[in-house]
Design a protein around this ligand. Structure first.
Ligand SMILES: Nc1nc2c(c(=O)[nH]1)N[C@H]1C(S)=C(S)[C@@H](COP(=O)(O)O)O[C@H]1N2
Ligand SMILES: [Mo]
Length: 258
């Protein structure tokens, strides 16, 4: 139920808002909302006073979607993420996933195929060897995880924009989705997919991508937060339908710019 008229002090509502905040897993987002969001403020942003836990969640989601649109509008497709000298690479580079390092998926590179579907002219699957034969680039960039750490690493691989052109992807489509060997999934906007630093990474630190960092292929997107960099990718699809992602469906902001 929504009240739209006068905003009255609502201690129960304030408590529910605080509870909903605690459920927001992204610390930066939580801190931002805690600093800026009151029930009255939420009413101004969403046009109604949410007064149940569910409607607060819904209102927060609405704010996050609005945030996606703003980030999408502000995103400058030519602006490059900072690059660093090799001497600044973080060693050892951290591992992270929704499970522990002992559960890292062991994938056989000879059997692996990259499946393509959706708005793509040539949907033939790719073998790892074929990807290795495409022109490669290497870059040293900073990976920022919302859990509160960042690290500088060196990834090499195929610029994603050139791959998308090569397979005849519809570059006017809105989204690219990724499925991973470990049930992880995410999706990104086309502008970020075409950004010159977005790589289909096949190497880490000039060697074959190790299993823990996403063998045989991960998307390295230095303009996005860590959770928007899917490892162990085995399927890519191009679509106009919103897809969300593993963490995005659990409350992380979808655009996830860094
Ligand atoms: N397949 C897959 N990709 C994933 C994740 C995951 O759990 N599974 N976690 C994401 C998160 S939250 C982070 S911070 C980075 C960690 O990458 P790293 O292990 O190379 O540091 O991977 C991202 N991509
Ligand atoms: Mo992360």
């Amino acid at each position: 139920m929504f009240r739209t008229k006068i905003i009255q002090p609502n201690p129960e509502g304030e408590q529910m808002l605080r509870d909903a905040m605690r459920n927001i897993v992204q610390p930066s987002r939580r801190a931002f909302l805690q600093r800026t969001l009151t029930l009255g403020g939420m009413t101004l942003l969403t046009g109604c006073t949410p007064n149940s836990e569910r409607s607060i969640e819904a209102a927060l989601t609405q704010i996050s979607r609005w945030n996606d649109r703003v980030q999408g509008m502000l995103f400058d497709p030519t602006r490059l993420a900072p690059i660093y000298p090799d001497s600044m690479i973080t060693r050892p580079f951290p591992f992270n996933a929704y499970y522990g390092e002992d559960e890292v998926r062991q994938i056989n590179g000879d059997d692996w195929r990259l499946e393509l579907s959706g708005l793509i002219a040539d949907r033939a699957p790719w073998r790892l060897e074929q990807l290795r034969q495409l022109p490669q680039e290497t870059q040293v960039t900073r990976h920022i995880c919302v859990e509160g750490w960042s690290a500088i690493g060196k990834w090499g691989g195929v610029p994603f924009a050139s791959f998308l052109r090569r397979i005849g992807a519809d570059l006017s489509a809105k989204y690219i989705g990724f499925l991973c060997a470990d049930d992880y999934y995410t999706s990104i906007d086309m502008a970020s997919a075409l950004h010159p630093q977005t790589l289909m990474a096949l190497t880490y630190d000039d060697r074959e991508l190790p299993p823990r960092y996403g063998f045989p292929m991960k998307l390295r997107i230095p303009t996005k937060l860590g959770y928007k960099n899917p490892k162990h990718v085995h399927a890519i699809f191009v679509t106009n339908t919103y897809l969300g992602g593993y963490w995005e469906d659990r409350g992380y902001n979808w655009f996830g710019g860094s």
